[in-house]
Design a protein. Sequence first.
Length: 439
Amino acid sequence: MVAAAVRRPAGRVSEVFKSPSKRQGAYDFLEHDQVSGQQVLKALGQATARRCRDLESVYVVVDGTSLTLTELVPLQKGFGAIGTYTNGARGVKVMNTLAVSQTGAPLGVLGQVWWARQQGPTHNARYRPLRERESRHWHEAVDLALDNLRELAPNTKPHVLADREADATAFLQKLLKANLDFTIRTNAIRKIFWGGASHSTRDVLRKQPVLGRISVDLAQTRRRSARRARLHVRAIRASVILRDRHSKRRHRAEMTIVWAREEGTTPRGEKPLDWVLFTNRPIHTKSEAIAAVRAYCFRWRIEDFHRAWKRGHCCVEETQLRSREAVMKWATILAAVASRAEHLRHRAREAPDDPADSEFSRDELDGLLFLKEKEKRRTETITPNPTLAQAVRWVADLGGYVGNRSSGPPGTTTIGRGLERVLFAAEIFGELRAAGKLR
């Protein structure tokens, strides 16, 4: 089923499986009560963990998203509220952990936690314990990822990356207690203990010397223009005051606090990039400070993955399956598809001179060369042993990539479209090779 979804990715099962018998088989698998969605999740997480086993360390990027799904009759499919309770949107929530190499290439999904909001809004002023809050899913997602790594990549050290939603006392205490490396963006409203007294985090950082400068490429969004932002980086080691609202106690935890603020490159009318990061790793030099900021930049990989999964490549929100469990199984399969397209996109940029067979099978390369030879431009030369960058560019060309000066490097959508054609051709070459008609 995964192979079929890679060849023809789509949110609807009927668009992936054209044969009536295979389509019915897919529905039977997804809707069957005795096929556990947790087993599909475990297979996905273990496959990713196996890719990490030869790496010294790996980033575990954590972030949540929601899938807005069709449910004409409320509670019919087991979905819950999405967004505000007043807008009426229905769907499911999911917390993903994405493995990313130290050079920034996505390796796959290490774990997922799914849930649906069934209760209405609460106005209870009582601060609820962790087991009653949605923030518990951050803990569960990290635990799933770590379990898979311990089982299949025990020598690979994880480094947790997360955005401001992870800046919660219970979550930070969990990471500190487990002695896990982490880099988490903070809301910067926490106080720190500095010079014998409590101070605002930014007030202390503002007085520190600039350790270094780093340039970060920003993609265009609704709130900002595309640009190369120049960030000034400062860092201190201090005791962060963690307030536990449930026990009404305050604790101190020694952490490194890194402040990266945009200077001199902010367009008029826009806010400068302004990150305050908590990490448990010590920082003493310019290179260490810049490395901490660069590591946090890899957190965007999970946003790219969510975009490819939900809209650009797999369109998972278009599914019409009839139960939450079936949606979870199908969406997990499509997560594997989206993560491979994202992996190819970033690997071609970080290691362009690696041989193409480091990422493509022999059948896939044969299919790619055959298709590209038929559609090559007059000025192009198709070599039998392309580099990884050349191969991914050819895949994108087959997917409709224009390649002019304003188009930028190939994206997930064009790579995914080209990969569909390559995998179809690869299947034919595989059958010919199995029949002894190819070496």
